[in-house]
Design a protein around this ligand. Structure first.
Ligand code: PLP
Length: 364
């Protein structure tokens, strides 16, 4: 089996190529294997694994988290339609929504505090309600149950980006979301250096729509990447539990750090009990640090870090730091964050060494 070649012994195992062959194999969409770009046993194994982790039934894999959003919008939205988006989504998702706005889709943003009254914003044209939970950089929690209740029987689909929780300790589908979206380029797969994404659902009709668009638009994923993801997912729980413990230790040690105005992480902004009330039963190792010094001073301090490297991305073995501009972020304005900020990702290094690295950079 190569990525797009699938070998069988007899012709009765391989349907003829015709217009229906894409969607007309037995009663089960794509149950037959006829083109590796659509599915292979390996991609199916990963789909099932991801669907199970997300407490869904079906998953459509995509080459990245960004392409998962693109597939979602391409499948369900056309010019003239209306999309509601949480204003705490990550900038790259916002850029993609801007792109769809340019081709005639109306994008309207809502704040986490509007979750319970979202029905006031629903129109006949509303197709999707998209959000990230918790939100990017400031980790504001979105009340999914309130959104589900407010949407009531309106047909708009509720789509939660569940990348932050790494499919482990928060399950939007169990709370009534229709689709859970993940980037697997973070905790799921970064330790294997891969890029993948997925859309997961319990609903067969949504799966059929997404899978058909995916096949038609050549949204193929490589079996090599999928087998690497299956390997890295086997250590996902162990890694996250170690990183949770690292995060507790490092956040505690940061309290007396000079120049640090505040650390922003869901367990600092909320009690763990409050998070559990929002059905969030764990946390990851990303946090935002707001400093009371100038950007130049911050950069010269961060340059002293040894173990923590400078870079974007997260979810892999290596701890990373990057600066973030919060000026354009509505959530930063709401929370009064107005000084220089860095985002720090704690990887799999020794937590005491990470603490020493940060302390040394800011106390000498
Ligand atoms: C990284 C990320 C994405 C985009 O995923 P890629 O795999 O990098 O394309 C989407 N949502 C969230 C929350 C992310 O962190």
């Amino acid at each position: 089996m190569e990525c797009t070649s699938y070998l069988v012994d007899t012709f009765d195992q391989l349907p003829p190529i015709n217009e229906e062959s894409l969607a007309d194999i037995d009663n089960d969409l794509f149950s037959g294997l006829y083109y590796g770009g659509v599915d292979t046993p390996t991609t199916r194994q990963l789909s099932q694994r991801v669907a199970d982790l997300e407490k869904g039934k079906f998953a459509v894999l995509t080459p990245s988290g960004q392409s998962a959003f693109n597939l979602l919008l391409t499948t369900f939205v056309k010019p003239g339609d209306h999309v509601l988006a949480g204003d705490t989504i990550v900038y790259s998702t916002r850029w993609l929504l801007n792109h769809f706005e340019n081709i005639g889709v109306k994008i309207e943003y809502f704040t986490p505090s509007e979750a319970a009254t979202l029905k006031n914003k629903l129109t006949l044209k509303t197709k999707l309600i998209i959000f990230e939970n918790p939100g990017a950089f400031t980790y504001e929690v979105m009340d999914i149950s309130a959104i589900v209740e407010s949407r009531h029987d309106h047909p708009a689909l509720i789509v939660a980006d569940n990348t932050w929780a790494a499919s482990l300790f928060h399950h939007p589908l169990s709370l009534g979301a229709d689709i859970s979206l993940i980037s697997m380029s973070k905790y799921h797969g970064a330790v294997e250096g891969i890029s993948l994404g997925a859309l997961i659902t319990k609903r067969k009709d949504l799966y059929v729509n997404l899978k058909t668009t995916s096949a038609l638009t050549g949204n193929h994923v490589s079996s090599h990447a999928c087998s690497a993801a299956i390997r890295s997912i086997s250590t996902l729980g162990a890694r996250l539990s170690f990183q949770m413990s690292t995060t507790r230790k490092v956040l505690r040690s940061l309290k007396p750090l000079p120049l640090l105005k505040q650390a922003i992480h869901p367990i600092l902004q909320n009690t763990e009990l409050h998070l559990q009330n929002s059905m969030i039963y764990g946390f990851n190792s990303l946090f935002t640090a707001e400093f009371s010094c100038s950007r130049n001073e911050l950069i010269s301090r961060l340059n002293r870090l040894n173990l923590i490297k400078i870079g974007y991305g997260w979810g892999g073995t290596t701890s990373l730091v990057n600066l973030i501009d919060t000026h354009d972020m509505p959530s930063a304005k709401r929370l009064g964050i107005n000084s220089e900020c860095a985002r720090i990702y704690l990887g799999l290094e020794d937590p005491d060494e990470l603490t020493r690295d940060l302390t040394n950079a800011f106390t000498q």
